[in-house]
Design a protein around this ligand. Structure first.
Ligand SMILES: *[C@@H]1O[C@H](CO)[C@@H](O)[C@H](O)[C@H]1NC(C)=O
Ligand SMILES: *[C@@H]1O[C@H](CO)[C@@H](O)[C@H](O)[C@H]1NC(C)=O
Ligand SMILES: *[C@@H]1O[C@H](CO)[C@@H](O)[C@H](O)[C@H]1NC(C)=O
Length: 939
């Protein structure tokens, strides 16, 4: 392409001249019309008639690959010079037969395609003089992951002002726009997502419009051309030609639509307005289509005369193609009302919907989806990302399995960068955990999206003749934390050097998962809002049997006792929420005999572990993130607006405890996943935070015993590059003044406490430069005041750069999120972890003796702490113990935010059945609570 680029200007000049000439002739023809009975219209004379006829015949042609597609000997994306590769001794999940086929053997890649799969004959290999041979020693190998909902490139990371190119604000109907036109090639996500095994993505326009525009499938690898166009996978021929070759069969096109809140919000519309916008647009397209059909009936009948022009409109041609069934229509559509609207639209205008995306209520209305025109849509979902707006309030983690049971194609998607597509496989793992069968779970991010996109003739499968997009995994891909050791795209290896960690041998098999049949049925019965409360064990004594291990906290320390012995698994006897005795059954005989009655819970080889603590999201101060009426709201920030005098001006510091709301669904779901308390700061838009608070996630109101665990937990501020906010240096100056000059009022009081080391000073900061400045400021305060400041940095994307300095300065870090992403410029120097780097940020900080905690950014994610920890421990490859991992979301978080840790007498324990807290085989069945003096049962 570079060579061609040099020639373009001269060619282009000629082209323009020719076009001008043609336009001139054309207008002469149109406006100086000869006698209408004798004139020959463009396209109606002998030679042009053939063209018009071809165009008319083309209208009825079905989209898809040419019938001889698999006779290709190389891929159209083949890069000459790519070496052939033989992967041997692989356990190949082929994607065939609904994801149930596994073949042990070899895969030969050459010329951008899979030349052979299964047993590759020696004679075939001998044909290659020069070939790379990789013996994968029985590793799992799959086709590349396909993300069917991404904004990679159009919403690039790190995000810079004015660089989000995925939403037009020019009106609700924008069917003529193309995501390709905004596709930035310098998004850091391309290489990050490849390192998670993602090879193909459908880049959709955003959801601000009812019809947002045309979407394009791309492969993520860097190309020699460095252009957006060179990333495209089978684009429609119209990308560079309004009148493509009518002899080649059309390729599938993609269109993005959105119903519900998003288009309504942006254009101050109601759902009624949005649906009318759709109908008006499709009516226009239908009129054009009908005119074309009438025109072409004549043409195909051989009628040459009085034809007029081919009825066409460049602006509406994409929607006409929708009506001709040549476009995969992807619709962002959440609630029953929206899905119902959409299915009626599809029937009125007679076009099928390829997939509904997000579709949080799809599992509640399968019959509605089945009523869609042509065929029911596939459903593209998040696993547990939910409740962020009304439309997502009734989402269920059981939706993938329920929809699959109803015969729907289920795909998991990232909506990147909403979810980091590097971890799209984790969405499939969670869907699997909550009941989607393993074959469909893996298919949901590989072969199912390939089929939905109309690209399964070349991607999503390991078959002879398919594209050479292959991932070699370090474990079974559904095992938590599965990481690629190599990724091929078009036969080109993408990882220069893979840093791998050792995984337990058991990770090579399909993980076991618990049974959630009852919970899934309840999700439907209660229309997405099943009761989440727990019941108190009916007796003071609860006996846990078949217990594998007991991990417990003793103030700051975490201890682990293996209970399994040669004579079998152990028992744990709890009385009034406190462990009374544990070990072999004989050890507890006396206590058992003394108990008037005993509730028995069989843990089936499970464990008892410390409960986890959540931090970083507005958990406990919000129910639905985007609904103000369900939230505490934001505190005043003196930098943004004057704090009213009646509040006390800027001498007032707000307490999160005053805004707590108990019993939110996110809190209860977290509780049911072993996260029994949270520490939350007041929600704030800029610098000024307030006083954090620690509270229980199971209490139903604040006056309940133990609801508030520690009223004040840290003084919180944020020092960041705020849009329209004060400079970073201004924020630092402010913090210095607050710490050293102790102004009056509540503010003065609490910052003085922080400066004297009596309470943690918690600063949200991401950039290494800001963190370095904070380390210096800490020293300055300590020298002035001769005390030790308890400084905790949260967020901390770039903290690993200063791991040694943070360790020396005794500054604690809460990484939030636990797995990093370069969201903004101040986050861009992340340490991505394996396979890209040896260390993860967590393991590097721990290696420098930094006290580390992990957090979550959004409340729905609090429930996933146990998997975040398990993943962190895996990534550290044995450098951190299970005990250290548990501390990351329990005692360390308390130490860093509350200034001290809960004592053993007040820390909850979590009982998991079928495995320990870190394992996908386990399910939380009880919370042992000394605070409540009870055992809370979840069964
Ligand atoms: C194929 O080649 C391998 C390695 O060179 C050799 O071990 C094996 O015996 C050969 N198999 C056949 C059928 O020739
Ligand atoms: C138009 O795009 C196709 C790729 O789809 C490419 O093969 C062709 O060369 C392009 N034509 C021009 C004139 O750039
Ligand atoms: C971390 O602490 C351990 C134990 O106190 C010590 O041996 C080690 O040198 C420390 N590491 C660093 C990098 O300071």
């Amino acid at each position: 392409m570079d060579a061609i680029r040099g020639r373009v200007p001269t060619k282009a000049k000629h082209w323009w001249r020719l076009t001008l000439l043609a336009a001139l002739l054309y207008s002469l023809l149109l406006f100086n019309r000869p006698d209408p009975t004798t004139r020959t219209l463009p396209g109606a004379d002998g030679s042009n008639f053939a063209k018009v006829k071809a165009r008319c015949q083309y209208l009825a042609r079905k989209a898809g690959p040419p019938s001889d597609f698999h006779e290709r000997v190389h891929s159209d994306r083949y890069v000459p010079g790519t070496r052939a590769t033989l992967i041997t001794n692989a356990k190949i999940w082929t994607g065939n037969h609904d994801g149930t086929e596994v073949v042990h053997g070899d895969i030969l890649l050459d010329r951008g395609i899979i030349v052979a799969a299964g047993r590759v004959q020696n004679s075939t290999i001998q044909y290659y003089k020069d070939i790379d041979i990789i013996d994968v020693h029985g590793s799992w190998v799959t086709p590349g992951i396909v993300d069917m909902h991404s904004h990679v490139g159009d919403s690039p990371s790190p995000e810079l002002n004015g660089a989000a190119d995925d939403n037009s604000e020019k009106g609700p109907i924008q069917g003529w726009l193309r995501s390709l036109d905004g596709l930035n090639t310098h998004d850091d996500s391309y290489s990050l997502s490849i390192s998670g095994g993602v090879t193909t993505a459908l880049v959709l326009p955003g959801s601000a419009n009812a019809i947002g525009g045309q979407a394009f499938a791309i492969k993520l690898r860097k190309t020699n051309e460095r252009s957006p166009t060179s990333l495209l996978l089978e684009p429609p021929y119209t990308i560079n030609n309004s009148f493509p070759d009518y002899n080649a069969p059309p390729r599938w096109r993609h269109l993005k639509q959105a119903c519900g809140e998003n288009p309504s919000d942006v254009y101050s519309m109601t759902r009624m307005d949005t649906m009318w916008a759709f109908r008006e647009a499709y009516n226009k397209a239908r009129q054009i289509k009908e005119a074309q059909d009438a025109f072409c009936t004549k043409v195909l009948d051989g009628e040459h005369k009085n034809l007029g022009q081919f009825p066409d409109d460049l602006k509406w041609e994409a929607l006409v193609d929708v009506l001709r069934g040549k476009v995969k229509v992807h619709t962002h559509c959440y609630e029953a009302v929206d899905l119902d609207d959409l299915m009626r639209l599809s029937n009125e205008f007679k076009f099928p919907i390829a997939a509904v995306h997000h579709a949080s209520e799809a599992y509640l209305v399968p019959e509605v989806l089945k009523s869609g025109y042509g065929h029911p849509p596939a459903v593209a979902l998040f696993a547990t990302d939910a409740r962020y707006k009304r439309e997502a309030y009734r989402s269920s983690e059981f939706a993938p399995r329920i929809l699959a049971e109803n015969g729907f194609s289920v795909a998991m998607k990232s909506d990147h960068p909403v979810q980091n597509s590097r971890y799209l496989l984790y969405e499939a793992q969670q869907a699997f955990y909550y009941g989607l069968p393993d074959n469909l779970a893996l298919a949901s991010v590989i072969s199912t999206p390939a089929r939905i996109l109309g690209l399964d003739h070349r991607i999503g499968h390991i078959k002879e003749g398919w594209d050479a997009d292959i991932v070699i995994w370090d474990s079974h891909p559904l095992a938590l934390g599965a990481t690629p050791s190599q990724v091929f795209i078009d036969g080109i290896p993408q990882l220069k050097l893979a840093h791998m960690v050792m995984k337990p041998g058991s990770f090579q098999a399909v993980p076991k998962v618990p049974n959630f049949d009852k919970e899934a049925a309840a999700a439907v019965e209660y229309e997405g809002l099943p009761p989440l409360g727990t019941t108190k064990a009916p007796s003071a004594h609860v006996l846990f049997t078949n217990v594998n291990s007991l991990v417990y906290r003793d103030d700051g320390d975490i201890h682990e006792v293996a209970l399994a012995s040669t004579s079998g698994l152990g028992i744990v006897l709890v009385r009034d929420g406190v462990v009374e005795c544990s070990g072999a059954e004989a050890r507890c005989t006396d206590a058992l005999l003394a108990a008037p009655s005993v509730e028995i819970i069989d843990l089936k080889g499970g464990s008892i572990s410390p409960a986890l603590v959540s931090f970083g999201s507005p958990l406990g101060t919000e129910e639905i993130a985007s609904e103000d009426s369900t939230n505490d709201g934001l505190v005043y920030d003196p930098f943004i607006s004057k704090v009213p005098d009646i509040v006390g001006g800027d001498q007032t510091l707000i307490r999160a405890v005053d805004g707590l709301a108990f019993g939110t669904r996110n809190a209860l779901l977290a509780y049911r996943a072993g996260v029994t308390s949270a520490i939350t700061a007041p929600s704030h838009a800029a610098f000024y935070g307030g006083l954090g608070t620690a509270f229980s996630l199971c209490a139903s109101h604040k006056l309940q015993d133990g609801a508030v665990i520690q009223e004040i937990a840290g003084v919180h501020v944020s020092i960041r590059h705020f849009e329209n906010g004060p400079s970073v240096s201004t924020q630092i100056a402010t913090l210095r003044r607050l710490l050293l000059e102790s102004p009056g009022g509540e503010t003065g009081h609490w910052f003085k406490e922080a400066a004297q080391g009596a309470i943690p000073l918690v600063v949200e900061a991401h950039s290494a430069d800001i963190i370095a400045t904070l380390i210096l400021l800490k020293k300055e305060v300590e020298q002035t005041r001769a005390v030790t400041v308890q400084l905790t940095i949260t967020g901390a994307s770039e903290a690993h750069v200063l791991a040694a300095e943070l360790g020396q300065a005794g500054v604690g870090v809460i990484l939030n999120p636990a797995r990093p992403f370069p969201t903004l410029w101040e986050d861009r120097r992340i340490l991505p972890g394996p396979p890209l780097t040896e260390h993860s940020a967590i393991s590097k900080l721990l290696a420098h003796n930094v006290t580390v905690g992990i957090g979550v950014l959004e409340s729905w994610d609090a429930r996933n702490a146990r998997f975040d920890l398990a993943w962190a421990a895996l990534e550290a490859g044995g450098q951190i113990s299970r005990k250290q991992a548990i501390a990351l979301a329990s005692s360390n978080v308390e130490k860093l935010l509350m200034g001290s840790v809960s004592s053993a007498r007040t820390s909850d324990l979590v009982a998991t059945q079928g495995g320990d807290l870190f394992e996908m085989s386990s399910k939380v069945v009880a919370i042992i609570s000394p605070r409540q003096r009870s055992v809370e049962l979840l069964l």
